[in-house]
Structure formats: C-alpha cells, structure tokens
Design a protein around this ligand. Sequence first.
Ligand code: ZN
Length: 258
Amino acid sequence: MRVIIRDDDINFFTNPKLVNKIYGNCFENGVKICFGVTPLQYAIGGKLRKDIPENIPNKNFDISKNKDLCKLLKNLSLEGNEICMHGINHKIGEENIFENAGIENKFNEGINIIKKACKFKVKTYIAPFNVISDLGINFLNRKKINIACSFDNHYKDYFFPLKQFYFRNVIKNNGSKIFLSDECLFGFSLSKYKNPKICYEYAKKKFNLFYRLNKPFIIINHHWDFFDDYFMIKYWNDFISWILTKKNVQFTTFRDFA
Ligand SMILES: [Zn+2]
C-alpha cells in the first residue's frame, strides 16, 4: 500500500523550526513529505490563516527572502522529499487564475522562484483550497505537471470537474497524474474532530479502510494548524509510528508515485 503525506502552506512566513518539529519523526524514519510551497504568499492572515500575521501590507511576500527556510527545503529535497507548488500567492479566488490572460508567464514566474530558492524543479501543483477548474486541469496537463486536490474542498458548492472520480484515488491523465486526497485528519481548525486523541483514533480508522483495499492513502496536513500544540504533534507522530509497524506500506511522493 502506498502512502503520501502532503503538507500545504509553506511560505515566506513559515518557521523552519516548526517544520522540523512536526516532521522530525518522519525525516528520521525515511518517510518522505510533499511540501506545498507558495512562492509569493499574499497577506491573507487573520481568521483564515493563523500562520500569516495580521496587519501587514497587502502585498506578496517572496519565499526567497526567508533564507533559513529555503536552505531547509533545499536539503529536504536532496533527501527525497518533494517540493510542490501550492498556488502562486494563495489569494482568495486564486483557483480562477487559469482563466486569466497571462497565466503562462505568472505560472512560470512562480515555478522559477521555487527553482531558484529551493533548487527544485516543480513536478506537482497542489491546488489552493483544493479547487481546480477544467481549464486548470488542461493547463497543468499540457505542462506535464501532476495535480494534487481533494474532494474536501473549501467551496462545497463549487463546480468540481473531478467529482466524477469519486473514489479518492489516483487518476492517470496523459503523462501526468491527478491525486485526490482524503480530508484533513490532524489540526485544530481544519480537521473534523480537533481533539488530538480523537484525531488519532479517527486517522487510524481511515487508514485501515484504505489498507484493507490496498488503495493509495493521501494525507493532508497544515503544519500551522497544529498550533504548536504538544498533544496534536505527539498524536500525529504516534500515528506515523503506528503506520510504520504495518506490513507492506510504502511511503512515497507525488513525483515518485509509480
Ligand atoms: Zn493552502
């Protein structure tokens, strides 16, 4: 059984120490992570995103300026973790960028910032808010870039072209792949249960469903949504250690998924 862990929302404001704190257990055990990097994070702090400060200028913040983070990402990619692109600036409404004129240049700008900052050639696009349109799918397909998305998206009533594939799995799409993940299992604002121990019990149940069917299991995390809480981090680590005791489990990345 193949397992992929995806962590969204790495950006200029991310503290590299927090990344190490949450994924240290994974790194030590050879468990690879797919990091969703937003190259030019826009100021959308407050209620929606606890990792981005409030009362900052309404502008984009370039990830290259966070040197310690870029150094960490570069090292992690050399160890086999994947650096994905998670939107360009993750502004509200960014899911519509593929409908805009000039998307080609904007998209390439984002790719190039990541390439320079993290020394990594992006192979996977993680859709912000887990929403992507038909145009977006076609655009990324032409570029041979994988798409990571989820049914558990931000706008429940959004027309979602992937709805026809309601089996939460991997779709081969002319050379690139579409990965549909499950809901957020850990975290205080985005998970269903919010209580660390209940998140852990629920995560094990969810895992077992996929394990029995031998279907790829894709986990979504948001490092900032752990609120640096001792128990949320502990139970997340316990969950990974528990998976590591299972037979025939292979941790992989979107890029290396075969
Ligand atoms: Zn995000």
